[in-house]
Design a protein around this ligand. Structure first.
Ligand code: PAF
Length: 281
């Protein structure tokens, strides 16, 4: 497995693979890789001849008061995980390699990126779309892999690919959870022991909402109120949002119908965690 921080080296390597007629998969990440990322790489390895993992904490998707400076990083551990999973190349650029000092071009999306996380993080998806668009141009993959934990991000990227005619298949992969239910996230490392226990309230609410819907409940208010009441039993939890939306358009639903996303963001102490479930009804 190779690692490079240079765009040109990635391009040369991918060109060489293309000359050999090989297919290429891309797993975009911000590093500090865990089992969730590994599941994306595993899937990419089974579906492509060559796999590139990008490992880049993208500054432009963080708001001014967010955790860019403290976001966890461990490139040596990331290398080991990628090597073991069978990736072929890690792209680990410095911010200067990705963004010229006078960088001024962004991919901006309306609607799909505006609700849910977009309300609290108004510039987040502009940063995500811009960096993912750049990564797609650098690697030119056949397929790219994203986790369903970031369900809105996945919908936003699918919409960008459709709207901008990018010839890339977007593969969404299931949420990977700890044994006790907590969705895997690099940000879980911010949690104290007490907060780690409190954070279980997210997955409990997800399972509760899912259960209510499996039993036939279709009224959004009823499902969401039940989930919120459960979250509010946890003193360390503060709800950012719990919403039911169409899983593709992110438009709010009063009644569950079609492909439904029930998504939440909850602060546990100062750490903002997200979780969700998708159901076809
Ligand atoms: O999901 C992430 O880790 C990031 O948002 C992504 C897609 C790698 C873009 O920086």
């Amino acid at each position: 497995m190779e690692i490079t921080g240079l765009i040109n080296e990635v391009r040369e390597q991918v060109k060489e693979w293309r000359r050999q007629g090989l297919t290429v998969g891309l797993v975009p990440t911000m590093g500090y890789l865990h089992e969730g990322h590994k599941s994306l790489i595993d899937r990419a390895v089974t579906e492509n001849d060559k796999v590139v993992v990008s490992d880049f904490v993208n500054p432009i998707q963080f708001g001014a008061n967010e955790d860019l400076a403290t976001y966890p990083r461990d490139i040596e551990a990331d290398k080991r995980l990628c090597e073991q999973a069978g990736a072929d190349l890690i792209f680990h650029p410095e911010a200067e390699e990705m963004y010229a000092p006078d960088f001024s071009t962004y991919v901006e999306m309306q609607k799909v990126s505006e609700g849910l996380c977009g309300k609290t993080r108004p510039t987040h998806f502009r940063g995500v779309c811009t960096v993912v668009c750049k990564l797609f141009h650098i690697v030119m993959p056949d397929k790219a892999y994203f986790g369903q934990k970031d369900a809105q991000q996945l919908a936003v990227i699918r919409r960008m690919v459709r709207d901008l005619d990018m010839d890339i298949e977007i593969v969404g992969c299931p949420i990977i959870r700890e044994e006790d239910g907590l969705a895997k996230s690099s940000r879980n490392t911010y949690l104290s022991e007490e907060e780690r226990k409190a954070a279980l309230v997210l997955s409990k609410a997800v399972f509760h909402g899912e259960d209510r819907m499996k039993k036939g409940e279709r009224d959004a208010d009823t499902v969401l109120t039940a989930m919120k009441e459960l979250i509010e039993t946890e003193p360390l939890a503060k709800i950012d949002y719990v919403e039911m939306v169409n899983a593709d358009s992110m438009e709010p639903l009063a009644k569950a119908e079609g492909r439904v996303l029930v998504a939440m963001a909850v602060y546990i102490g100062t750490t903002r965690l997200i979780d969700n479930f998708i159901m076809e009804v």
